[in-house]
Design a protein around this ligand. Sequence first.
Ligand code: MRU
Length: 367
Amino acid sequence: MNIDGKSYRSIWLNPDGWSVDIIDQTLLPHQLRIHTLQTAEDAAEAIYSMRVRGAPLIGATAAYGMALAMTEGADDDYIELTRKSLLETRPTAVNLRWALARVSEALQAAPVDARAGLAYALAQRICDEDVRINASIGTHGLGLIEGIWKEKRGTAETLNILTHCNAGWLATVDWGTALAPIYRAHDAGIPVHVWVDETRPRNQGAALTAWELAAHGVPHDLIVDNAGGHLMQHGMVDLCITGTDRTARNGDVCNKIGTYLKALAAFDNEIPFYVALPGPTIDWSTADGVAEIPIEERDSREVTEVSGRLSDGEMGTVRITPDGVTARNFAFDVTPAKLVTGLITERGICPASEAGLASLYPAREFS
Ligand code: MRU
């Protein structure tokens, strides 16, 4: 990803070979500030506070958290202690569990004095794989968008795609999942226009997706979360693409709260609703997403307060509710597979079903 002509990933190892830098996403779009992780605790804090967020990036940060821990102590007990404390940071994105299991299992099998080096190598590999996976999601998604544009070309000047939350390069190591096909389509000369759901309460759409799309030059408009249904009824949406934090083996997808309502509206209006996902988002151990996926509930102040840039240019938080109001903050919801037109993966596009997923992942890896 380029910002002002400089190429960035969302996480990287510093030249000291030890500390890890991230972009502090709690400050975007107002400040581009790099935040340094020096301990496993720093990595856990960054995930919990959402300085980093998005399922693939959470997994990559946790892998680096394990590497930082190995410079503090590399015995079996410390591996397990660190794995557990990183796992507790956020419950829904399955990439976290997957990355931690991958790193900790490899560490347990290695001699103690080789563990730190191995952990850094694995964290780097997870990051590089994520970039390759997302680039491939972009290629498969481009084919889909080209097909839809071919049918529409001649009758319209733009292809309108609606997305929810941020499943762009900031949510991954680079490229993004849902946004990767959009970047590729834009670069291929297809006149895509994106409807960006603001995504209350943390406003990942308003703050992050709008910022990313602007940086890449992709035309877009920000809309309030409740606008999508209206736009769909009036022929103003050709396609929806979202990400997912956990994909059950039956094809149910768990993504940012509000995704389900968009899928319902798309279904009612016969608009294709696709979900883009990397293999490590599939949870083969979950048979029924609606019944089984744990839904994170966050601090209610994220609902009662809004943060942003004040008129004096400083960052600030304001309360928008009566004092004493009680609020609940469910961070994710599950969209049943029957509402999903297809899953865009790094291995191709498949139906949202167990048979569909198994056709692309016959070994059922990544669990
Ligand atoms: O709470 P967040 O910001 O971590 O939620 C992120 C999402 O819901 C994304 O859509 C999902 O992680 C897919 S990212 C490629």
